[in-house]
Design a protein around this ligand. Sequence first.
Ligand code: F6P
Length: 333
Amino acid sequence: MWRLLELAPNRSLKRIAVLTSGGDAPGMNAAIRAVVRTALARGVEVRGVQKGYSGLVESNWLAMDRASVANILQTGGTVLKTARCEAFLSPATRLDTAARLRGAGIEALVVIGGDGSLAGAHQFQQETGFPVIGVPGTIDNDVYGTDDSIGYDTAVNTALEAIDKLRDTATSHERVFLVEVMGRSSGFIAASVGVAGGAEIVLLPRQPADVDTICKVLQDSAARGKYSSLIIVAERDDPQLTPKLTAELSRRGYQSRAAILGHIQRGGSPSGHDRILASVLGAAAVDALLAGHSDVMVGVRGEELVLTPLAEVTANKKPQPLEYLSLIEQLAT
Ligand code: F6P
């Protein structure tokens, strides 16, 4: 469990808004619930913005009371819906949006989303002075300034459930399975399921996916009497990589099959870990606003909750977990 932040209130807020943006992630609902219930407990009204920044641009928001977030803690997806919004990329639209938020008596905004959504929040704050606070919500776990993001743990477990099943059939048929997992340009899901699923090889983004090297690993395995293997492929810009590698391995005599896990990794009931993380971060976001913070993201580092300026979050990239590759190799041999 994380040590909670002590945030003494030093300003009053009458009304705030909350939105979810970018790819949905299990636990977003738990975060919405925490924002709404914490705000109401502090005497602050909440507007739930529909469909991310699209709803913000269109003033599409609804009043949220305690009952509006009942029974959502355990559900996947986001009750506020989400979207990727082109219109919000225009500075004129952002200025207009801030004016309409102020006109509706909304004094601050909580944005739950990944790095793109948080970059949008930062830009919005910088250009309009409108108070914002970010909460990291993405299965990719690629947000700088936090060890963990809402949805990542659940996505890893969802992928693992599939991987364990694929291991059964790979072993029975002595086949090689190439399992493609999500993560955009980061390899956190791939590295985690590589360790937890006992993969023989993990191919991270921006790392070479060389067929000769893969074959050498497969030959070494065969020399030890092991004829089935799991290769985890982190998705990358070339969506054909996994099918191409599978075809090439088949051509070289390995019975190979591809399994692309896709959006299944974004769904499902959040794990206990994600429910706790989302509850803690959602509540801290409201308390941080009331303590006078803005243009920051609330995240976790080790056992601590931390506030990181959104400028820092958006200017930096979380390093890839490359050191896990040798651990995975070591444990597979
Ligand atoms: O950011 C979350 C994520 O699921 C990535 O892992 C993936 O690359 C992307 O979103 C897929 O986006 P879309 O749902 O727009 O296809």
